[in-house]
Design a protein around this ligand. Structure first.
Ligand SMILES: *[C@@H]1O[C@H](CO)[C@@H](O)[C@H](O)[C@H]1NC(C)=O
Ligand SMILES: *[C@@H]1O[C@H](CO)[C@@H](O)[C@H](O)[C@H]1NC(C)=O
Ligand SMILES: *[C@@H]1O[C@H](CO)[C@@H](O)[C@H](O)[C@H]1NC(C)=O
Ligand SMILES: CC(=O)N[C@H]1CO[C@H](CO)[C@@H](O)[C@@H]1O
Length: 410
C-alpha cells in the first residue's frame, strides 16, 4: 500500500479537529456566486469579464489585473508593508511556471504554422560539482526536423519542445526574480544583498516537468544577478508532492466523479453547439474524447497562441487558410467555459472539491507546515525563503484547500 500516503488518510476528514487546544473547522464552504461559476453566464456573456487572455501586456494602471499570459508580480512599487511592530521571519512562494508553448496533446490535427524556439537553448548537461578536474561544456538541445526522416511528429510543428517555456516566458521569469529582490531585499531588507552570503538563506524547488527548471534558472538569475550554479530541489518522479505526482487513488476517484457528475454533463451538453463550431474550424473529429471531455484542450490551444501574439487559426482547405476562422468572441467563449470548469472542479463541487484537493495535495501542505514550524522554532541553518515553481494543477489544488472565494485558472 505504498500509495496510501498521509494525505490519502486525511481525505475523509472529520469536520473539525482539536489542535493545540483550539478547535479547527475543516468543512467546505461554497465559493461566491459570480458569473464565473454561472454556466448560463459562461455560455452567453461577451468578453471574459475584464480578465486578460489575449495579450501579455498589462498596462501599469491595471496592475494586479488577472492576466493569463503574464501573472502580476509582487513589486516594490505596489507592495504594502506591514506595520512596524511586525517582523517578517519566513517567506514561502509558490507560483505557476511562466508562459509556454502548448502541450503536444493540444494540437489540432493539422496546424497552420510552426512554433520555433531557435532563439534560446535548453541547456542539459552533467557536471561534477568539484571545481577541479574535468569540466563540461554548456551543451544545449537544438530541435531539428530532418529532411531525410519521413516521419512527422503528431501535433505541433517547429523546433520547440512541446511544452517549452518560450523566450517571452523566460524574459518574464527573469523580471519576476528581479521584482522579488526589489521587495524582499530593497524594500523589506529581509533577504541579504546580492554581494552578501545569500545562498544559505534560500531554497528553490522545481517539479519533474522540465519547464519549471527552465523558469528557475532565469528567476534566480534575475533575483541574484548571478550566472553561477544553484541547486534546484527536486523530489523523485512518481512521488513528487509539488507537481503533484504521488498516487492517491481516492483523490483521483473524487476528481473523476466531479468530471463525470450531473453538473459536468450539463455543461458538456449545453456546450455542444460551441464544440461543433470549434470542431468544424479546427478539424478535430467530433469523436475525439480528449478534446470533448472538457474545454481544456481548446482553452490551452487558443490561449497559448494569443499569449504569444500568434493569430487565431482558420479552417484549412486543401492545405490553405480559408476565411472560416476562430474569432475573438469564440475564443472568449472557450476561456469562459474553461474558467467555469476550474471553479466547478476545485470549488463548486461541495465537499468532494475540498477532499479531492486535500487528498492530492496534502503532502505539499504538510511540507509547508513543517517549514513554518521550523521557522517558528528558529531552526538553525533552515532557509528563510523557499520558492516553489509549479503548475496550474498545483496552485489550483492549493487555492481549493485555502477555499478561495472566486476560483480562476492559474
Ligand atoms: C446566472 O446568469 C444568468 C445570465 O446572466 C442570470 O440570469 C442568472 O440570474 C444567474 N444565476 C445566478 C444564480 O446568479
Ligand atoms: C482581446 O480581447 C478583447 C475582448 O475580450 C478585445 O476587446 C481586444 O481587442 C483583444 N485584444 C487583442 C490584442 O486581440
Ligand atoms: C495561415 O495563416 C497564418 C496567419 O494567419 C499563417 O501564419 C500561416 O502560414 C497560414 N497557413 C497556411 C497553410 O497558409
Ligand atoms: C492544462 C494544460 O496546459 N494543458 C493540458 C491540455 O489538455 C491535456 C489533456 O487534458 C493535458 O494533458 C494538458 O496538460
Amino acid at each position: 500500500m505504498r500509495s496510501l500516503s498521509l494525505a490519502c488518510i486525511a481525505m475523509l476528514p472529520p469536520t473539525s479537529i482539536a489542535a493545540h487546544g483550539q478547535s479547527v473547522d475543516l468543512s467546505w464552504y461554497p465559493p461566491r456566486k459570480t458569473d464565473i461559476n454561472n454556466l448560463t453566464a459562461a455560455l452567453n456573456s461577451e468578453g471574459v469579464y475584464g480578465f486578460i487572455f489575449n495579450t501579455s501586456e498589462t498596462p501599469d494602471n491595471l496592475y494586479g489585473a488577472y492576466n493569463w499570459c503574464n501573472m502580476p508580480h509582487v513589486r516594490r512599487t505596489e507592495y504594502v508593508k506591514a506595520p512596524d511592530e511586525y517582523e517578517l521571519q519566513y517567506v514561502e512562494i509558490i507560483q505557476r511556471h511562466h508562459k509556454r508553448t502548448p502541450y503536444a496533446s493540444n494540437a489540432f490535427p493539422v496546424e497552420p504554422y510552426q512554433w520555433n524556439c531557435d532563439d534560446q537553448g535548453l541547456f542539459y548537461y552533467g557536471q561534477p560539482l568539484s571545481d577541479e578536474g574535468k569540466q563540461a561544456a554548456e551543451g544545449y538541445w537544438r530541435g531539428f526536423a530532418s529532411p531525410v526522416n519521413p516521419f512527422v511528429p503528431s501535433g505541433w510543428i517547429g523546433t520547440c519542445s512541446f511544452p517549452q517555456i518560450t523566450t517571452g516566458g523566460l524574459d518574464d521569469s527573469w523580471t519576476h526574480g528581479e521584482d522579488l529582490y526589489g521587495v524582499y531585499h530593497d524594500l523589506l531588507g529581509f533577504l541579504p544583498g546580492r554581494g552578501d552570503d545569500w545562498r544559505g538563506k534560500v531554497a528553490y524547488r522545481v517539479t519533474n516537468n522540465v519547464i519549471t527548471s527552465q523558469v528557475a534558472g532565469m528567476l534566480v538569475g534575475g533575483t541574484w544577478g548571478t550566472t553561477e550554479r544553484i541547486p534546484l530541489l527536486i523530489q523523485a518522479a512518481g512521488i513528487d508532492s509539488l507537481e503533484p505526482q504521488y498516487g492517491c487513488r481516492a483523490g483521483s476517484a473524487l476528481f473523476d466523479d466531479i468530471r463525470s457528475g450531473p453538473g459536468w454533463r450539463e455543461h458538456l451538453d449545453r456546450g455542444a453547439d460551441l464544440f461543433a463550431v470549434l470542431d468544424g474550424i479546427s478539424g478535430v473529429p467530433p469523436g475525439d474524447a480528449g478534446f470533448h471531455a472538457s474545454f481544456d484542450h481548446y482553452f490551452d490551444n487558443l490561449s497559448a497562441r494569443q499569449c504569444h501574439a500568434k493569430p487565431l487559426p482558420c479552417r484549412l482547405v486543401g492545405g490553405r487558410n480559408s476565411t472560416d476562422c476562430i474569432d475573438q468572441a469564440l475564443a472568449d467563449a472557450v476561456y469562459r467555459m474553461g474558467q467555469w470548469e476550474y471553479s466547478h472542479i476545485y470549488r463548486d463541487s461541495g465537499e468532494a472539491s475540498l477532499a479531492a484537493s486535500v487528498a492530492s495535495y496534502g503532502v505539499w501542505i504538510a511540507e509547508l507546515s513543517a517549514h513554518l514550524r521550523g521557522a517558528m522554532a528558529a531552526k538553525e541553518g533552515a532557509p528563510v525563503y523557499v520558492h516553489n515553481i509549479a503548475h496550474d494543477g498545483s496552485t489550483s489544488r492549493l487555492l481549493s484547500i485555502l477555499q478561495v472565494d472566486v476560483m480562476l485558472p492559474s
